[in-house]
Write a protein that binds this ligand. Sequence first.
Ligand code: XMP
Length: 519
Amino acid sequence: MDEILVFDFGGQYCHLIARRIRDLGVFAEIVPFNINIDLLKKKNPKGIIFSGGPSSVYEADSPRVKDEIFQFILKEKIPILGICYGHHLIIHQLGKKIEPHDNKEYGRTELTIINSKTLFNSLTTNEIVWMSHGDQVVTMPEGFEVLAKTGTCPIAAYGNKNLKLYGVQFHPEVVHTPRGNIILENFISNIAKAKKEWKLGDWIDHSIEEIRKTVGDNERVILGLSGGVDSSVAAALLNRAIGNRLHCIFVNNGLLRKNEEKQVQQVFQEELGFQYFHYVDAEDVFLKRLEKIEEPEEKRKIIGHTFIEVFENKTKELEHKFPNIHYLAQGTIYPDRIESSAPSKSAAKIKSHHNLTLPEDMKLRVIEPLKDLYKDEVRKIGLKLGLPKRMITRHPFPGPGLAVRILGAITKEHLDILREADCILLEEIRKAGLYDEVWQAFCVFLPLKTVGIMGDYRTYEYLCAIRIVESLDAMTANFAKLEWNVLEHISTRIINEVKGINRVVYDISNKPPSTIEFE
Ligand code: XMP
């Protein structure tokens, strides 16, 4: 399949570039900027994109492409598009000058296109683009032509048709460059001439074939199913590939939302007809070990370790019954695997969240059928495989479950109160048509009692916080500015219907500095 490689120079938009290219129908992958030459030759890309990055090319320790690689690319005439830092780097590696500019342009900028024949085909003379770097290309080697400029940047884009090298000072991949997709399309289709072979329908057939080849005709696979999008889609895919040789283990840790275990069971056992959906009720073990534990990290550790223990025990029991269980499938997706490779000044890397790694001594071979997919691709695959939309579009839910939404020690009483309140909140958010509009909506139990009045009686009950946030990737988030009447309705219902709560507060903190979850 034709492929475009994205060389990662530490830019925050690397994944976005790859996603955009895939959306345009061409397979794209991110590789470290110091990729090994044999790997590059093996991948044989139709085109390469040099990503942006926070460094300046003239600094001593800034990331560069090894000479051997750069010469190979030039010799093979593999087209390159440099974006931002990548735009500077191409010129720098060819020995010309990049300098910091006094009139730094950041954000929304008007671009004047000088030559619209290649990279800017189908664009008009003036376009809006998004800038995010203070350096500029000052001089260029022979054979390079200026393709566009801005008020303060005379070489905002360049091209060398013969060497197939192109560069743009701005970011075509972000939404703030409204017609950036046309630029990427021009690069992949007209310049790199990559065939559009990345189709998710074909991906399913191909992946099923791969799984069958790997697992063979007799062996069995274990999968930890949480009911979240990734593990559910992995389960649906494996079920298509190997049918009832897939064993899903669903652990009820007692920290799930109201009826969650029933809903997951209903989908996989009843709707999808999974033969081996192994339900493990471990509520007592988890709650016993969490007794009196107040410190958030300690809670998380206990839950993680207990999960592994419970999962291992169930696996051993199944291995005893089915000696041909040799594989462990995981719902790992592409962004879980690919971390930014460049030494980055801003180190815009926020650790991905604690999804559990099972111990290596489990001796099972790991298969990760979704490892090359982005989340939105996983969702599309899930729908194609017949998973219910409700499951595919559900909000993220942390591995440690409601434990991180109960402040202080966890008790069954507090969990039950929280489950009731949370259920009402979600019901109302769905009714108001807001569920798909927000990133997450949930309740938090605060073990503080305040005074209230119900009818003629004084009450002294717990506090419930509502957290509803908007976000694109959970790295930053803003609290949702909902209509007061929606919030009022939720609060009234919770106070009237949930025994134990007599006051509801709305969290108006953004991330950063607050996090989305409370613990
Ligand atoms: P924070 O609270 O760090 O959360 O702003 C960011 C996103 O990650 C989710 N989250 C988790 N997901 N295991 C997970 O799989 C966890 O331990 C965990 N903790 C937080 C959180 O819900 C939000 O979407």
